[in-house]
Design a protein around this ligand. Sequence first.
Ligand SMILES: *Cc1c(COP(=O)(O)O)cnc(C)c1O
Length: 370
Amino acid sequence: MLLFTPGPTPTPEVIRAAMSVPTIHHRTPEFEEIFKTVREKLIKIMNMPEVLMLASSGTGAMEAAVTNLCKSRALSINAGKFGERFGKICKAFDIACTELKYSWDTPASIEDILREIDKNPEIDVLCIQICESAGGLRHDVEGIAKAVKSINKDIMVIADGITAVGVEKIDTAHIDVLITGSQKAFMLPPGLAMIGLSGAAVKKIESAPRGFYFNLASELKSQRKNTTAYTAATTLIIGLRAMLELIEKEGFEKFYEDTKTRALSAKAALEAIGLKIYPKSPALAMNTVYHERAKEIRAVAKKRYGVNIAGGQDELKDKLFRINNMGLIAPYEIAWALNAVELALDELGERAYDGAANRVFVSKFFKGVK
Ligand SMILES: *Cc1c(COP(=O)(O)O)cnc(C)c1O
């Protein structure tokens, strides 16, 4: 079965092999050396001055960012399931939150955000997804962050980059918190979250430490010394080192370039067989299609052609399907996933098979046909 869900993504053999070593103790010079290497590499690829690794799924890092940085009111962008989650985190901690809601196919507008900030001078953090995975939507976080900082540089911009870090190079110039998780573009098993921090975010965290397990001030203190406040996710961090070394062989630039070419080639292939790309501003992390029979298409792709693609969530559960594009993906694997979709449409009597998806993907991906 080919796993084509936008998280978890398949873990390459070399990374799995790297994690098959006996468990080592986390308070040892041996592990601290590994931690240091990974920490330095993450600082570089996240392009942030400070970085933390937490033993939790991505949501733990979202919670940590909100609870450690919001002191008065959050402004949360809700254009999908993950944006909605920031609001739920605020509610769980009795943190005041203003929510800006959008349809799941619509990116947030800078004007709306600036208007809310103008109305609510107590807003001190902005929470937003870079890619909102519910609808495969890309928000212009870089532009939004820049505009927010130009009117109030003290507002902390918390960017959930769980399906953006490792997909494309993110301009972090105006971002204070950049969150990611192990099981998306980093191709590791679930269980490790990473947070990039700006100098201003570090200052704010250290000025008023909060929480216990997700107390980022105590993590900062430990992780600067290449250890963690509590037991580190040693095996995942060893896997992360292997993953970063694997990508570094050809470089992250090449990794991003391949991801982009593959995303756009697959998108063109889906459009060539008459499918509608759902979001108005599609992210590169996945291709998201709206179809009344999405559920049946997925079922056929899985049962007959061995391809596991994701559905939607909530009201769009059965109306969307999402094909992952994060990580190292062999072109013959994505080509087969696209074939499976085209074959499923044929089987369901929606469109006669003519091989267009495969032809368009291959000619774009390998021949650079525009
Ligand atoms: C997957 C995902 C999350 C949630 O991460 P978990 O690891 O499941 O807690 C949050 N935000 C986005 C954008 C995601 O894609």
